[in-house]
Write a protein that binds this ligand. Structure first.
Ligand code: TRP
Length: 450
């Protein structure tokens, strides 16, 4: 058998896994989803899901990968072949997520270009809003930048695992973190930001609804990159000596810290500068340039910031493409280069309607009331990832068996003190919690189709 790649160090794994988790989901999606889902109530539910569902699942995923030393499809299959459909589900999910992820990646690239040209220097919400709308109504630009984003992703993936991902993460991730903290400090010190801080952290319990729970759970899966097999696959490159227990905690901690700081960078400024918090996907694009415009050396920081976001988005998009490819290469034995190129082209084509969805194609709905962008978004976060997570915990808890998983975790000479708690969560609490929310997601999805 061919020797598989392994991470050159555990730090490499953590950076790559955190690189997958930290991306547009934290910096772009989290703040606007909080804004659209009632603020603190959403954040509270997000935390509950994170602790009781996300973190236990993260451990389950990494353990499954490390145990089987196989990418997601093979991991399920090697333990029980009837479960390989879960791997396949993840592959399909990857196509759709990357299709709309590259759309947003394209917007970021475009904004980066504009910051270089210095055209974003204003705190006027109307001008910034107008700029975003203009981009949404320029099909050529949208498709071009989406293409560039995917192209870069493809090139990095073609170069292989350790080289591309690991090296660059070591510098860029900490840099992004520091930048975000700087922006957050500026945002919370703007006059009138207190209402934003309150909106973010003080839950209004009347806002807690099944829909908010559905979006919080979906956002959590998306943000942690779980439910699709990324963490199973990345875990499979870990060698048997590594302690996986702490990695399963470090990744969610980093991911959540970045999301919260991005929330602090965006939402208080939204309140201080009189933007609209329920604005949706444009929130970051209209708010952050205004925060920069009110900062000393703002234009410079704005350039650095967009560059780092591009990087964060790439370390995530790479992980999605990697999953799709590992299926066609490891399982179907196809040529890696050819598979990578073909898959990228398919994703590009899938992504075009999503790119046009917020402008010219706003009212073009494939099915029901959803435009393509919303369709891909809902289908992936609320349906496919959550379903994938549901199967993951059933699989690890009942098919592989929680005790076996605990043995695998402890095989690197660590004692898993919370083994009983974790087993209980994975076998009962996690599947039941996901199931309850999932029923609502399916109902919501079906209703929006008909
Ligand atoms: N977690 C990434 C983000 O927050 C997106 C992402 C990368 C992802 N790989 C994934 C989401 C796999 C779900 C599944 O931007």
């Amino acid at each position: 058998m061919k020797k598989r790649d392994q991470w050159s160090s555990k730090v490499g794994f953590i950076l790559a896994a955190a690189g997958s988790a930290v991306g547009l989901g934290n910096i772009w999606k989290f703040p606007y989803t909080v804004g659209m889902n009632g603020g603190g109530a959403f954040v509270l539910l997000y935390f509950i899901f994170l602790i009781f569902v996300g973190t236990p699942l993260m451990l389950a995923a990494i353990t499954l990968g490390r145990k089987t030393q196989l990418s997601v499809f093979g991991a399920y299959k090697s333990i029980d072949h009837r479960w390989s459909f879960v791997g396949a589900l993840g592959v399909i999910c990857g196509f759709f997520i990357l299709a709309f992820y590259s759309t947003v990646g394209g917007w970021i690239l475009y904004y980066f270009k504009n910051t270089l040209l210095g055209t974003l220097k204003t705190t006027d919400p109307n001008i910034l809003g107008e700029m975003f709308t203009q981009l949404m109504n320029s099909p050529k630009k949208l498709i071009l930048y989406q293409f560039i984003f995917l192209f870069i992703t493809m090139i990095i993936v073609l170069k292989g695992i350790t080289n591309g991902i690991e090296k660059a993460s070591k510098i860029m991730m900490p840099a992004l973190f520091i930048m975000l903290i700087m922006i957050a400090i500026r945002s919370v010190t703007l006059k009138g930001s207190v209402d934003g801080i309150r909106f973010l952290f003080v839950p209004d319990f009347s806002k807690i609804t099944m829909d908010v729970a559905m979006n919080a759970l979906g956002q959590m899966f998306f943000s942690l990159s779980i439910g699709m097999g990324v963490m199973v696959t990345y875990g499979s490159y870990l060698n048997k000596k590594e302690n996986i227990l702490n990695t399963a905690i470090i990744i969610p901690v980093i991911d959540t810290a970045v999301a919260l700081i991005a929330g602090l960078a965006t939402i208080p400024a939204v309140f201080a500068l009189n933007f609209e918090v329920g604005e949706g996907p444009s929130l970051m694009f209209v708010t952050l340039p205004a925060v920069f415009a009110s900062m000393p050396m703002g234009s410079f920081f704005c350039i650095v910031f967009f560059l780092l976001v591009i990087f964060a988005a790439l370390t995530s998009s790479i992980s999605m493409l990697e999953i799709a490819i590992s299926y066609f290469v490891d399982v179907k034995q196809n040529n890696r280069t050819v598979s990578t190129i073909i898959i990228s082209i398919i994703i590009f084509i899938l992504g075009i309607p999503a790119s046009l969805s917020l402008g010219t194609w706003e009212n073009v709905n494939l099915i029901g009331r959803l435009n393509f962008f919303d369709l891909y978004d809902k289908l992936t976060s609320n349906i496919l990832l959550t379903t994938g997570g549901f199967f993951l915990c059933i699989f690890v808890g009942w098919v592989l068996k929680a005790d076996e998983a605990v043995k695998e975790i402890e095989s690197s000479n660590v004692t898993f003190k919370l083994a009983k708690v974790w087993s209980f969560l994975i076998k009962y609490i996690v599947p039941i919690a996901i199931f309850i929310v999932l029923i609502n997601s399916y109902k919501d999805f079906i209703l929006s189709i008909f």
